[in-house]
Every structure is written in C-alpha cells, then in structure tokens.
Design a protein around this ligand. Structure first.
Ligand code: MG
Length: 402
C-alpha cells in the first residue's frame, strides 16, 4: 500500500466511527421495538405500478401501514415477482421481525438469486421500515439513531451524449444557482471495452469541467464498467492530475480482481458496488479491498435492512459508504435517511441533476437542493406522502393474508 493510499484510509478512519456504533444503534433500536405493543400481523401487500416505478403499501390487521418502493425500471416485472415469490413469505408475519422476514425471502428464493427478487424485496422492506417508524412516531433516520437535517449532495450527471463544453457550462451554472459543492460526470462508455463515447471525449471533458467548476468543488467520475485494468490505471493517472476524488466502477463491476488491481495502483479512491446484491460478494469485495468507497443501492440490494449490513461491513473495514441513488424517486428519500444515521457516511450523497417526469408527481414534499444540500424529510416514517392522484392512476396489485 503506498503512502497516499494509507493517508486516504487514515483520513477515512478519522471520520468513521466504529461499526460497533452502527450495530449498537441497530440493536438498541430493535430492543426498543420489542418493547412496543404489537402492531398486528401483516395482512395486505399492495403494489401500485406506473411507468418505471412501483410503490408498495403494507398494512397490518390492526390498521398500521407503511409505504416503500420497488427498484425503478421494469418495476412491473418486479411487482409480479413480489406477489408471486415474496408475498407468501411475508403475509401473516409480525412486521417487527424485518431481519428475519428479509432473510426468509432470500432463502426461499435461493433458486432465483438476486436481481428481481432483491428489487421486489426492497419494496416490502422499505414499506416495513416506514410502518415501524409511523408506529413509533419517528422518522426512519431517528429509528437508526440519526437526526433529520440537511445532507450535502453531489450533482450527478447521467449524460454521456452531452458535449464537454456544454457539460462544463451546465455544472458551473448549477454551482452558482444551487450551491453544489461536488459534481459527478460520466467518462468512457458503458461496458465500453476501453472505448470512449466518442474519441477524445473523456480527455476533453475532465479538464473542461474542472476549469468551469473551480478547484474548490469536488469532482467525481463514473466509468460504468468501461475499462480493462491497464486502461483504467492510465485514465486514473490523468484523473489524479485534475484532483478527481472518486473514480467509480472503472472496470466491469463483476471483475473484482481487476477493480482491486486498479484501486491498489492509484491514489484516487475507487468506488463501486451499485449493482451488487449478494452480501457474500460484498464481504469478498470489501475484504480484498476492491473498492475504497462502497456504494450499495438500497433498492437493488433488497432494501434498507440489507444496505445497512453492507454499511456495517464497510465500517468494520473503515471504509465510507455512499449509497447509489441515481434518480429522485423514493430511493433518494431512503438514502437521505440512511446517510443521516450511519457513522461511516461519505461526505456527499448522490443526487441526479437530470429532470425526470416519472418522479415529479410521485411524492410530496419534493426534494430540493439549497446551498448544495437536501433536507432529510422530517416526520414519521420516510417523511413524505405518496401522491394520492399518482396512486389512483397506477395499476394496483394486491396479496392478502387469509
Ligand atoms: Mg455508477
């Protein structure tokens, strides 16, 4: 390990409380939960699907309820998986037993590992967390031991088609109007086999953006599985010349050894893990130090319960956790509450700067960036209300305990 990398890890350790703190918070929260009076057994699980997103509402036989969300995109398929393969293991259970419900759903689907099962499970898990928060009159952030407050965000560009000069201009404008103190841009090509979106784009983009946003704003980049190790290291050295502080998914994400090789060779911290939803794979990734910054996606990994386990593994290894939250659906709400509570939260949360019509009417109040920060929604549960008009237009599915 070179000196810069040791320095980086030491700096991380300095701001990272021990994972035992997180475990203590979870344990005390569970103990508090056990002392509460029963909120009944899970009676119905409803899905409301519209466009790329599906909201989940869980109700108990005593009338308690909570809302969550399935991972966006192909959510109609995930909703079907929820009713067919998740609901039978959840209905009739005590909603306080979130950990065991989640584990049972994974094990019962061991022939159908990960993707759609985890996407669907995330909907139930996040609804159960809200149900619990409402029952205790606390926000999820408070259930986890945190306190609702503004969280610093990085403006995350999702575009590779934008020209370097146009990207630089729009980020400089957002810095001035919304106060962002960090931005992430896209380099290379998605699963690009070392190719760029067009020749020379990355080499033009990074200096143009750095010049436009100034040296006092953090610059992050995402390669979305583009490079072989040799090319990633070459690109990474260029990134270091422009003080980039986060090099995300440099290699095909499933090639852990490649990513570890890049992380060991570079001073710029390597980030990754957004697609990873197998906790054993996460353990391997963290043990081999494939990444310096861990990025579970709360909806892809199967919900908050499993994301917290990844965060705890990262804290054990003294690594910061910056969950992937690439759209302003409920996943950004879940991520705000999480970052408000975990001891190893990174300095900025991902916040998409791309307008999306499928998220604008989904819930209220909307999340807004002010002075580069977004407030954790206050109030019981997730602190937001799914828009009744949106629900009325959505396709409803229901599973019921009989
Ligand atoms: Mg990414």
């Amino acid at each position: 390990m070179n000196r810069s990398r040791r320095k980086f890890l030491k700096a991380v350790a300095a701001v990272t409380a021990m994972s035992s703190q997180l475990k203590d918070l979870q344990t005390s929260s569970h103990a508090q939960q056990a002392r509460k009076k029963s909120i009944g057994k899970i009676k119905t699980i409803e899905t409301f699907t519209q466009g790329p997103v599906s909201i989940v509402r869980v109700r108990t036989d005593s009338g308690a309820e909570g809302c969550g969300q399935i991972a966006p995109f192909n959510a109609d398929i995930s909703a079907l998986v929820l009713h067919r393969q998740i609901a039978p293991h959840v209905l009739g259970k005590d909603p306080a037993d979130i950990d065991s419900i989640v584990d049972r759903c994974i094990e019962a689907n061991y022939k159908f590992p990960w993707s759609y099962v985890c996407r669907a499970l995330a909907g139930v898990d996040t609804a159960l967390w809200e149900l619990r928060g409402k029952a205790e009159n606390k926000s999820v952030c408070e259930l986890l031991g945190g306190k609702p407050r503004p969280i610093a965000v990085y403006g995350s560009s999702m575009s590779r088609d934008i020209k370097p000069a146009d990207e630089a201009d729009r980020l400089a404008r957002l810095k001035d109007t919304r106060g962002f103190r960090a931005f992430k841009i896209r380099i290379g090509k998605v699963c690009g086999h070392d190719q760029d979106q067009w020749p020379g784009r990355t080499e033009a983009l990074v200096p143009a953006v750095r010049k436009a946003i100034g040296d006092d704003v953090s610059l992050l980049v995402d390669a979305n599985s583009c490079y072989t190790p040799a090319k990633a290291i070459e690109v990474g050295k260029m990134l270091e010349d422009y003080s980039v502080r986060h090099f995300e998914e440099p290699c095909p994400y499933w090639e852990l050894e490649w990513t570890a090789q890049v992380a060991a060779a570079l001073n710029v911290p390597v980030a990754g893990g957004e697609q990873d939803n197998n906790l054993a794979q996460w353990r391997r990734m963290i043990r081999m130090h494939a990444v310096d910054i861990v990025q579970p996606d709360i909806c892809y990994v199967g919900g908050l319960t499993r994301a917290l386990r990844v965060a705890a593994m990262a804290a054990d290894a003294k690594l910061p956790c910056v969950p992937h939250s690439a759209n302003v659906s409920m996943v950004s709400v879940f991520t705000l509450h999480t970052l408000g509570a975990i001891p190893n939260a990174g300095p900025f949360m991902e916040f998409s700067i791309e307008p999306t019509d499928w998220t604008t009417q989904l819930y209220e109040p909307a999340l807004n960036v002010q002075d580069g920060k977004v407030a954790i929604p206050d109030g019981p549960g997730w602190g937001v209300t799914v828009n009744p008009k949106w629900l009325a237009k959505a396709e409803r599915g229901v599973s019921e305990h009989r």
